[in-house]
Write a protein that binds this ligand. Structure first.
Ligand SMILES: [Zn+2]
Length: 512
């Protein structure tokens, strides 16, 4: 290879003069591709011979890039008198902050420790156990904390620390594993050990299913007691057969809880065909394909029975349809999805969403896949209100009213009016009627009287707990793990502690 200087001519070719070699090029006119080069400018080009012995010219890459020497660019400077090495702030400098934290801790009355004397308090086994639970410490860290406290003589005599290593032992007997499904085989027994007086009608079964896992949790109907996981399986497909196995393992027939979950889980439990089927409502014969009559025809023929082979029923139902509870959170998520999908994608409001949730994927935003806390956050966002216009603004306001007055903790007297309002504004916005909207339209009486008390946001919170647990166990779901999880919800002093946990949770959700 040779590097030569040459001149681009007006005819957009380049005269190349290669001295000292390659006679074929000398004096010749070689056509080349960089025609936009101003004529009469000197170029530096490489000349090589390719395998066919033809002459090929190419411009070296570096000649195209010029690095400007900008005076404003900041370069590293050595430390000196002008730039001394910064000193970390002293702890005393933060006195104000510490006092304010201390104040806010003492203002949380539920954390107040009654002090009767100035003597150091010796920690009992029950207190240590509860502390470990509140701090969500894994076994090894719980042991470390215990042994330190013992070293400093802060534990009552007889407090066992090594017990943390086998803390789940007492609970293991209530669980069993069959293939990939871990489940609780004796629910009243487990509740007894957890200090809970079990009444089956105080609990509802929440089933969460995804492509990756299947979880069943008992949720307390007034959301006072903690959620109890009773089955978990990884890589168990969401299918009718698997639902059947699950219900059999946890002995659903004995307990007959009310059941909640998203409409897909409900469809599986009732033996309906999945996917976009014509008759997807389990209450009536609503025709999901008959778009003309959506929003206008309210009353459809009731389903007489769930007979396999008729109107998209594939299997015999596994639970009584009367036991099904519609999950208000899922309805809310569905309404959000419908709203976002109908938004003008080039409008300011949609752009605002994209900007606000920049960490969400483009696909999730376009499909309107948001979670509860994000929707709550958006309800309170005045900036979002200010960019919304026309039909979108109307629909958004109607959605917020329904979420707060019907799907939330309180049901207003005029909730039906709010529901009518959201239906008409969604129709104007051009939202297709989904099964969830159909339930608002035709089966308002199917919703529990107080959606909030049966809110599945409790279940959503359980997801977060479980996600942390899964991280700790690195996906190895087995009997000891579920038992260990149950250890963390068990309280030595039930009454007071549940109250505390509930308060703590409420505060967390208020901060969202
Ligand atoms: Zn229906």
């Amino acid at each position: 290879m040779k590097t030569v200087e040459c001149k681009a001519t007006a005819s957009a070719g380049i005269d190349v003069d290669v001295t000292g070699g390659w006679s074929a090029v000398t004096g010749g006119l070689v056509r080349c591709s960089w025609r936009l080069q101003p004529p009469d400018q000197l170029l530096s080009v490489h000349v090589i011979r390719n395998e066919k012995q033809n002459i090929v010219l190419y411009r070296p890459r570096e000649s195209a890039i010029v690095y400007p020497n900008v005076s404003a660019a900041s370069r590293p400077l050595p430390h000196g008198d002008l730039h001394p090495i910064p000193k970390p702030p002293k702890i005393n400098d933060n006195k104000d902050e510490i006092t304010s934290t201390a104040l806010s801790i003492s203002s949380m009355s539920e954390y107040e420790v009654p002090t009767t004397s100035s003597q150091p308090h010796m920690i009992t086994q029950a207190e240590l156990n509860d502390l470990v639970r509140d701090l969500e410490l894994p076994k090894n860290k719980a042991e470390l904390l215990g042994s330190r406290l013992q070293q400093w003589n802060l534990l009552e005599s007889g407090v066992a620390i090594t017990a943390f290593r086998t803390r789940q032992k007492e609970l293991i007997q209530y669980f069993e594993m069959v293939e990939s499904l871990v489940f609780c085989k004796d629910i009243s027994g487990l509740m007894g050990v957890l200090n809970i007086t079990y009444k089956q009608n105080e609990w509802r079964l929440f089933i969460d299913s995804s492509k990756l896992s299947l979880k069943a949790v008992l949720l307390h109907n007034r959301n006072i007691l903690p959620s109890i996981p009773i089955a978990h399986a990884v890589h168990m497909k969401e299918s009718y057969e698997n639902m059947k196995t699950l219900l059999l393992c946890i002995k659903y027939n004995e307990h007959q809880w009310q059941i909640c979950g998203d409409l897909k889980v409900v469809a599986l439990l009732l033996g309906l065909q999945l996917g976009y089927t014509k008759f997807c409502c389990f209450v009536c014969e609503w025709d999901s394909r008959n778009r003309k009559e959506h929003y206008t025809k309210k009353v459809w023929p009731q389903r007489q029975s769930l007979q396999p082979g008729q109107k998209n029923v594939q299997n015999s139902p596994l639970v009584n349809p009367q036991k099904v509870l519609l999950a208000p959170l899922h309805i809310k998520l569905g309404l959000m999805k419908n709203f976002v999908k109908a938004m003008n994608k080039s409008g300011a409001a949609f752009q605002y969403l994209r900007q606000k949730f920049s960490r969400l994927s483009e696909a999730k935003i376009k499909e309107g896949i948001f979670i509860g806390p994000q929707i709550r956050n958006l309800f309170n966002d005045v900036n979002f209100d200010s960019v919304l216009e026309g039909k979108e603004k109307q629909a958004w306001n109607a959605f917020r009213l329904v979420a707060r007055n019907f799907l939330g903790n309180k049901r207003s007297d005029n909730y039906a009016e709010f529901v009518e309002n959201i239906l008409s504004s969604y129709q104007k916005l051009g939202c297709n009627m989904s099964l969830k909207i159909h339930f608002l339209h035709s089966h308002l009486d199917f919703f529990p009287d107080n959606c909030g008390a049966l809110s599945d946001e409790h279940g959503e919170r359980f997801h977060q707990d479980i996600a942390n647990m899964e991280k700790r166990y690195q996906g190895k779901w087995n009997v000891p793990m579920l038992a260990d999880y149950c250890w963390t919800i068990y309280r030595d002093v039930p009454e007071a502690e549940y109250k505390r946990a509930a308060k703590k949770r409420r505060r967390n959700s208020a901060n969202e």
